[in-house]
Design a protein around this ligand. Structure first.
Ligand code: ASP
Length: 718
């Protein structure tokens, strides 16, 4: 029985690609070849993924755990997005050497800047290990028993796969555990910064334009991988040498035309195409609205104070970016879900599923209760999510509250054990002192204070009172005036919480007794109460999520039985995928048509010296005025900047190479259009577009703007 069912799953995966939608497993691409050819691709599946000879996959890496990067020179030069390298560029920036603001271009290898903690991972090979993972399990087993056997099997297979090598092995479930793949990886840890344009190019348009089309962001940065003398991964050392790339991309300056074939190859993070309507409802009506509202409050506070000083801007740029990325995306996602009636569509699919189930006695026996059980579970799950999202986005959105809970409370706990355990207390204090120093390095009390007041006000005035812990009920419905009092009494006058120097001094000098006293502080009590509620909530949420997961496994398997002719692709799970598409504009709303590419003209159109996001670099303007585009202009004499296509991508695909029909690099994927961010749940070819940097703009900036001939001379340009 198991065998039969497994082979049917594999068969569905192998059937081949449908245009546009889908994130395909590179190892199985040979089954997509015909369709890809139809879409315009000239190469073979072997050229894309092969274990026998060097193929495109050897030029692609998971960059920094959440982005994609690609090799573009024989000497380990990596191209990724500016926003993927952003926090590294920021770390190297000071007011004196402000690389974020002015850009950075290493003139030789010696000037390249090391980045401790930054890793890149290459895929050595992958393998379908479903049978070996499920060995010894059967359908009658309890979930726990099954999971125990599965995890034992997984450990065994992994150990076997990397025996005698320096590789790492990962096994991941696909289709909710209907299928498993092994990935053997090689990770490099000496990765140095080589180049980055100034922020007014690399982040042009900023958060205002993020997730939007038309787009004019020069979203790229350059790094280099270093190895030991034998070409193996090694921690940073002066003696390390630039990596000898097994494979790197040739760059094409031919450019793109409407309908051209595009292939995006990278590490998409997470999609949820099979969600039931109940889950979509939770996303659109609980999760997204609360997170959006809370983040609006935080971003407003940050923006105000960042506009006041360059120093604050430096401290908070990366924080604001990461908060606003989700904030904007969820707005587009909710809009897409509403406008495309995704909820209703899913409900109809579920009705159709139930109808199919009840048509047959066997099926009714197997799947008759499935959807109603899932829907029952979702009712309680919805409340858990509401508690989770409110706590996370409001209380834990206040930096100081997060810091108190994660760093100060453990010291209080250690202090309570005094005098029996003085060593532990001293150790905890030293650890806290170190974290406090790095915490306050990028901390602005004005911003955090404002967040405290406004986030708590939002929480107490909108969270369902039933979900507010009893100890905090006294704050419900507080007026603005009493909120200010909360602020004055609880926060500003709470010792140290808004005064970094005093706080550090306290940490260094306070006795255990002083720390114990802190436990009575209103602010500390408040965050501990919330954290306890969060822990309890998570302990309820987890088993429900895992039960739902096992129901989804059955649901997806049943869907595959139901739609035998449909090609299924697995949800993204931060494993390497290929997505196919064509360069294409779209109509975001009635009467509006978006053209598929943008140019430097648009940057000049957007220029506004009063708005940080729209300041244009004087040197760039000069090049524009002289039309000094070199060989990078398009046939009309314009300087192309970005283009859109119908590749199905998601977070993690940032930095992915965009490859033309001949396997040459024509762009770097960096975003999606706002109208189509619902593609993580519901891809729609009429409105979902990925946004890519045109490789010619990258070349133009490196060559004409930065004059970085040393970098240019490493590239193979066609
Ligand atoms: N901007 C996304 C990222 O940072 C890419 C996307 O979601 O399309 O990975």
């Amino acid at each position: 029985m198991r065998r039969l069912f497994l082979s049917s799953v594999i068969l569905f995966t192998l059937l081949g690609a449908r245009a546009d939608e889908g994130m395909w497993i590179p190892m199985l691409l040979k089954y997509n070849e015909a369709e890809m050819r139809q879409m315009g691709f000239h190469l073979t599946a072997e050229d894309v993924y092969s274990v026998n000879h060097n193929s495109m996959k050897d030029a692609i890496m998971l960059f920094g755990g959440g982005c994609t990067g690609e090799l573009i020179s024989p000497d380990g030069l990596v191209l990724t997005n500016h926003h993927c390298g952003y926090s590294r560029i920021q770390q190297h920036s000071t007011l004196e050497h402000n690389y974020l603001h002015n850009g950075f271009w290493a003139k030789n290898h010696d000037e390249e800047l090391p980045n401790p903690g930054l890793e890149v991972t290459f895929l050595v090979r992958m393998e379908d290990v479903t049978q070996a993972v499920l060995e010894g399990t059967n359908d009658k087993m309890q979930d726990e028993e099954k999971l125990r056997i599965i995890s034992q099997n997984i450990e065994k297979i992994k150990a076997e796969a990397i025996k005698g090598t320096h590789y790492e092995a990962v096994i991941k479930p696909f289709f909710y555990g209907n299928q498993y793949f092994l990935f053997v990886n090689e990770t490099f840890t000496d990765v140095r910064l080589v180049g980055a344009p100034p922020e007014n190019i690399g982040k042009f348009g900023g958060d205002t334009d993020n997730w939007m089309w038309p787009r004019h962001t020069g979203d790229f940065s350059l790094f280099r991988i270093y190895t030991d003398k034998n070409g193996n991964p090694a921690p940073y050392s002066k003696d390390n040498i630039p990596m000898k790339s097994k494979k790197y991309f040739t760059i094409s300056t031919k450019g793109v035309n409407e309908d051209d074939f595009t292939l995006v190859f990278g590490y998409p993070g997470s999609t949820q195409q099979f969600l039931l309507s109940d889950a979509v409802d939770i996303v659109a009506n609980v999760q997204n609205p609360v997170a959006i509202q809370a983040r609006t409050i935080r971003l407003n506070a940050m923006k105000y104070w960042m506009d006041q000083s360059l120093e604050t801007r430096l401290m908070y740029s990366a924080k604001a970016n990461s908060i606003s990325n989700g904030w904007k995306k969820w707005q587009g996602e909710s809009k897409g879900i509403n406008e495309c009636n995704v909820l209703e569509k899913k409900q109809l699919e579920e009705m159709d599923f139930d109808r199919w189930v009840n048509e047959d006695k066997n099926r009714a026996e197997k799947y008759g209760q499935l959807l109603s059980e899932m829907k029952r579970l979702y009712k309680g799950y919805r409340d858990n999510i509401q508690i989770y999202i409110y706590n996370q986005e409001t209380f834990f959105g206040v930096e100081m509250l997060s810091f108190i809970y994660s760093k100060v409370v453990p010291v209080i706990e250690a202090a309570k054990l005094m005098p029996t355990n003085p060593k532990e207390f001293e150790l905890a204090r030293v650890k806290l002192a170190a974290s406090a120093k790095s915490f306050f390095k990028n901390y602005n009390a004005n911003i955090d204070n404002e967040c405290f007041v406004n986030l708590l006000s939002y929480y107490f005035s909108t969270q369902n009172p039933e979900f507010i812990p009893d100890e905090l009920k006294k704050y419900i419905n507080i007026s603005d005036v009493s909120l200010i009092k909360i602020n004055d009494n609880m926060y500003e006058k709470s010792p140290y919480f808004t005064n970094p120097e005093a706080f550090i001094n306290f940490i260094e000098t306070a006795s255990a007794k002083d720390f114990v006293k802190l436990e009575k502080n209103e602010v500390v009590k408040m965050i501990v109460t919330i954290a306890n509620q969060s822990d309890k909530n998570i302990s309820e949420l987890r088993p429900k999520a895992s039960k739902l997961n096992s129901y989804y496994k059955t649901y997806v398997k049943a869907l595959m039985e139901k739609e035998k002719d449909k090609t299924f692709y697995p949800d993204a799970n931060l494993t390497m995928r290929v997505t196919n598409g064509n360069v294409k504009g779209f109509e975001p709303k009635d009467g509006v048509e978006y053209v598929y590419y943008t140019t430097l003209d648009g940057i000049i159109e957007k220029e506004n010296p009063d708005i940080f996001d729209y300041k244009v670099d004087p040197k760039l303007k000069e090049l524009y005025e002289k039309k000094d585009y070199g060989r990078y202009a398009n046939a009309k004499g314009e300087m192309p900047v970005a283009f859109i296509a119908s590749n199905h991508t998601t977070g993690g695909n940032s930095g992915s190479p965009v490859i033309n029909a001949d396997g040459e690099l024509i762009g770097v994927n960096f975003d999606r259009v706002w109208e189509g961010t619902m593609s993580d749940i519901n891809y729609d070819v009429n409105r979902c577009r990925n946004i890519s940097l045109d490789i010619r703009y990258f070349l133009f900036i490196v060559d004409k703007f930065a004059g970085a001939q040393n970098i240019l001379s490493e590239l193979t340009i066609k």
